[in-house]
Design a binder for this molecule. Structure first.
Ligand SMILES: [Zn+2]
Length: 118
């Protein structure tokens, strides 16, 4: 479960919306028959139905994004000096973004996060 934050920057909100979009697309494409539960997003971002595995990944990614100590300092996570993700989570989110990113590009949506994070 993600802790509700009172204040988020516009950039944080944008990133979290995009992260959610990626994970949701991936989950729909890979875990079609799995039962889903609503994962609550911070502040006013609502909920998203995901399977257990994807819900965990998204919660992890969102909490990392919200607790980033370098907010405003760096141009992208790709060039970050901290690399706050664990190896396993990093592999997983890259996999999600590679798969979902291709589909977003094909459907004409801007793959901003793809460049931003990895
Ligand atoms: Zn899933």
């Amino acid at each position: 479960m993600i802790t509700t934050m009172e204040t988020m920057t516009k950039r944080q909100k944008k990133d979290i919306r995009l992260l959610t979009g990626f994970v949701r697309l991936y989950c729909a494409g890979h875990h079609g028959e799995t039962s889903r539960v609503d994962v609550r997003l911070p502040a006013d971002l609502g909920t998203v139905p995901l399977c257990g595995e994807c819900g965990q990944l998204l919660s992890y990614a969102v909490s990392k994004r919200l607790s980033c100590p370098l907010e405003g300092e760096k141009p992208s996570c790709k060039r970050c000096r901290i690399h706050c993700y664990g190896d396993r989570e990093r592999q997983k989110i890259r996999q999600v973004m590679a798969w979902a990113g291709k589909r977003m590009i094909m459907s004409g949506r801007l793959a901003y996060l793809w460049h931003y994070l990895f």
